[in-house]
Ligand binder design. Structure first.
Ligand SMILES: NC(=O)c1ccc[n+]([C@@H]2O[C@H](COP(=O)([O-])OP(=O)(O)OC[C@H]3O[C@@H](n4cnc5c(N)ncnc54)[C@H](O)[C@@H]3O)[C@@H](O)[C@H]2O)c1
Length: 229
């Protein structure tokens, strides 16, 4: 019997032969880019070639903080750069279609933040548009690579715990935090953050067919900001 080891589930750079070849062009210099994407890129020595945001101050401050050699508010300027090999799309779902069309003029592989969209029709539209424009579109469902989840996947692959009949995720969270974009967002705990757990159901599914049922729910106390609509 094989047992899991840290190299099975901890992040690594295996498979990236030449980081320069994959210079990253970041579109969207907001909270998640600054707090998670860029520190991780820096930690693993990846090359961040350029960054862009419609908010000039966000683009400038991000470039300064992470020593990014080029910043702009114009996506076309970012796309014109030869050192941008891949795009990190760290904006909200609403402007994604418009931005994807611009990237389509000089297609690069795109890693798009989750949730891809807030409804299925929009997600399908983005997927179709990416295919039409020749863009490889990945969705950043990074919970799959969180060490605990990757370790569990390894356990499943090694058949250490037998057959899976159901999966239960229990998430303790709330959106009663004033001043954030999610504070009053409808169904935030399901459609935004909760999408990680829906995705993990797929990731952990050992069968070729989809699960026959997936449900999720939240609770709300009187006076809580959480909006269930
Ligand atoms: N994977 C995760 O665990 C995780 C965690 C947090 C956020 N996210 C997702 O990341 C996305 C962004 O979240 P955030 O917290 O960084 O939001 P944010 O509001 O802090 O940042 C978004 C940035 O995008 C910029 N922007 C908007 N339209 C643009 C355009 N057309 N071109 C260039 N820049 C544009 C805004 O000016 C802003 O700086 C959301 O979809 C969110 O759900 C994912």
């Amino acid at each position: 019997m094989e047992f899991i080891r840290p190299e099975h589930y901890l992040p690594n750079k295996k498979g990236i032969a030449d980081v320069k070849q994959y210079g990253i062009g970041l579109i969207g210099c907001g909270s998640i880019a600054n707090s998670a994407h860029l520190p991780a890129y820096r930690k693993y020595g990846l090359h961040i070639a350029a960054c862009c945001d419609v908010n000039a101050e966000a683009a400038r401050a991000t470039a300064e903080k992470f020593d990014i050699p080029f910043w702009t508010t114009d996506i076309n300027e970012l796309l014109a750069r030869e050192d941008v090999g891949v795009i990190d799309l760290a904006i909200h779902p609403e402007p994604r279609l418009e931005v994807l069309k611009l990237i389509g003029k000089a297609p690069r592989p795109v890693l798009c933040q989750k949730p891809l969209a807030l409804d299925l029709a929009h997600a399908e539209r983005l997927s179709q548009e990416a295919a039409r424009l020749g863009i490889i579109l990945g969705v950043n469902q990074q919970a799959r690579w969180a060490p605990a989840h990757k370790a569990l996947k390894t356990v499943l692959e090694q058949d250490l715990i037998g057959e899976i009949y159901s999966i239960h995720h229990y998430m303790r969270s709330f959106q009663d935090q004033a001043g954030w974009w999610w504070t009053n967002m409808a169904n935030f705990n399901i459609v935004d953050h909760g999408v990680h757990y829906v995705d993990l159901c797929r990731y952990f599914n050992p069968y070729p067919e989809e699960w026959s049922r997936v449900h999720c729910t939240t609770a709300q106390l009187k006076g809580q900001m959480q909006s269930i609509r």
